[in-house]
Design a protein around this ligand. Structure first.
Ligand SMILES: Cc1cc2nc3c(=O)[nH]c(=O)nc-3n(C[C@H](O)[C@H](O)[C@H](O)COP(=O)(O)OP(=O)(O)OC[C@H]3O[C@@H](n4cnc5c(N)ncnc54)[C@H](O)[C@@H]3O)c2cc1C
Length: 471
């Protein structure tokens, strides 16, 4: 029996034969990423159902010096959950580890396992008059372990922060199979290094997250959603400041959508309709909420936008009059990624700069790209309230896919050099995975890379956790 056959057998002994997939057909969904950009091979896919099983799987892989690739809902956008092409790694699919272990309404926390689908956690909170605020378009399939490992952001970061800010404790299986029980539900804990922060955003390169204690918040009683057209990005960030001054923490989402992004959705998503007539170039989706049930938020946001209309900061605006209208507005925003996928190949950037520098970024990046690439189609949208843009380039109609793919490195360079000059980040919320790995060394200092490598060596001396990702 070969070493790998023996390992497969031992893994089956831990999780049961039915939960070790080794045939190409059974493994296929686990070997390609959501965008279809990366395809790898694996020795097998294992599906543990308990922390203790994950620990034994890790110990076996570690003893056999076999690489491990943790995988959640496989919706990541950087190829982080896709194994390399060696066919030697074991993919550890976390989806069966999906219990909600505890919900503490006095402490306002929920303890969930890594394989819980985000939507289910949101629903469990909602059923108890709480909100778990992480919200993103992939919430029906992404899992808490993946959200933690990519430090996911989404549309409510403006008010609640990203996954890092929503997490109090973690349980992690280390590469050698030891379990770190850091499932503390404390809002104050200064007893030494905050180890959970190492694993959040580590994209499975330091250990396998098996459970987490997450923060809950009171459920808002009133919500209003508005769609506004503005003269440009400078007006958008100025409006952000004015609405913040007026609504404070009630401002929960502030998203920008360029005409080109809206047009893709109108073209590809059946039933999609523009909330505002005419050919306006820049659009905003704005959400406010409150805990007072009888407050007329729709009126409040309408009044605020009407005042800005007089000052010329807003060109046109409409406030949703029903839940269905609000949902229709959100659907436009949430279907941009899907519409881009249907439209064909795109070169994606997930960048952040200080909010104050967003207008400069959009102007200078647009100029530089149009100078270097004929007919470039810029699809710009995203969480402008957090200084985070999805600044994507769709394939020019006249250009074949491979010619366009050939331009990716040069286009990345233009965009990311500018981001660096403006003090920004080349990965705001999607992570590094395989996609941005080479660029890290380009844009981070040798000191920072050295610190990251030291952490990696300390936790994973044999480079078994998701090798070839991040570092
Ligand atoms: C339509 C769409 C919209 C999106 N919108 C947003 C958005 O608004 N904001 C945002 O931040 N992201 C967004 N994303 C990407 C986002 O990163 C993922 O949706 C999500 O956070 C990843 O979860 P997942 O369970 O699918 O992880 P996967 O794709 O399975 O894995 C992602 C990474 O985490 C690692 N990992 C997974 N589980 C574990 C674990 N238990 N322990 C250790 N490592 C693990 C993997 O190895 C991989 O490196 C979007 C994706 C799609 C498809």
């Amino acid at each position: 029996v070969s070493v790998s056959d023996r390992l497969i057998k031992e893994l089956a002994g831990v999780v049961g034969e039915a939960h070790v997939l080794a045939s190409p057909e059974a493994m296929a969904p686990h070997l390609t990423d959501w965008r279809g950009r990366y395809t790898g091979r694996a020795l097998c896919v294992v599906k543990p159902a308990e922390t203790e099983q994950v620990a034994r799987v890790a110990a076996l892989c570690s003893a056999a010096r076999t690489a491990m690739v943790p995988q959640g809902g496989n919706t990541g956008l950087c190829g982080g959950a896709t194994p390399d092409r060696s066919g030697e790694a074991v993919v550890i699919c976390m989806s069966r580890l999906n219990r909600i272990r505890a919900l503490d309404l006095i402490n306002d926390t929920v303890t969930v396992e890594a394989g819980c689908v985000l939507q289910r956690v949101r629903e469990a909170a909602d059923a108890r008059e709480r909100v778990f605020p992480l919200a993103l378009a992939a919430q029906g399939s992404c899992e808490i372990g993946g959200n933690l490992s990519t430090n996911a952001g989404g549309v409510h970061v403006l008010r609640y922060g990203n996954m890092r800010e929503l997490t109090l404790g973690l349980e992690v299986v280390l590469p050698d199979g030891r379990v770190w029980d850091g499932l503390r539900a404390l809002r104050k804990d200064n007893s030494g290094y905050d180890l959970k922060q190492l694993f959040i955003g580590a994209e499975g390169t330091l250990g396998i997250i098996t459970a987490a204690v997450l923060k809950l918040y009171p459920k808002p009683r009133a919500t209003a959603v508005a769609w506004a057209a503005v003269p440009g990005p400078a007006a958008a960030v100025e409006l952000l400041g004015r609405l913040r001054a007026r609504f404070g923490e009630r401002l929960t989402a502030f998203e920008i959508i360029a005409r080109a992004a809206l047009d893709l959705v109108l073209r590809h998503i059946p039933g999609a309709r523009a909330p505002i007539a005419g050919e306006r170039e820049w659009h905003l989706l704005i959400e406010v909420d409150d805990h007072w049930e009888d407050i007329d938020l729709a009126h409040a946001i309408e009044e605020a936008l009407a005042a800005e209309l007089e000052h010329g900061l807003v060109l046109d605006a409409v406030v949703a009059r029903s839940l269905a209208q609000a949902q229709a507005m959100w659907n436009l925003r949430e279907n941009i990624s899907e519409s881009q996928r249907v439209e064909g190949y795109s070169i994606k950037h997930d960048i952040s700069v200080p909010v104050s520098r967003i207008p400069e970024f959009i102007e200078r990046a647009g100029e530089a790209l149009r100078r270097e690439f004929d007919e470039v189609r810029i699809v710009c949208f995203g969480h402008i309230g957090d200084g985070n843009l999805h600044y994507n380039l769709s394939r020019p109609i006249s250009l074949p896919d491979d010619a366009f793919i050939g331009q990716a490195a040069a286009a990345n360079r233009v965009v990311h050099d500018l981001v660096a000059r403006l003090g920004g980040s080349v990965s705001a919320e999607h992570g590094v995975g395989q996609l941005r790995r080479a660029e890290l060394t380009q844009y981070k200092s040798p000191v920072e890379m050295d610190l990251m490598r030291s952490v990696k060596r300390a936790l994973d001396p044999f480079d078994l956790m998701n090798p070839g990702k991040v570092l």
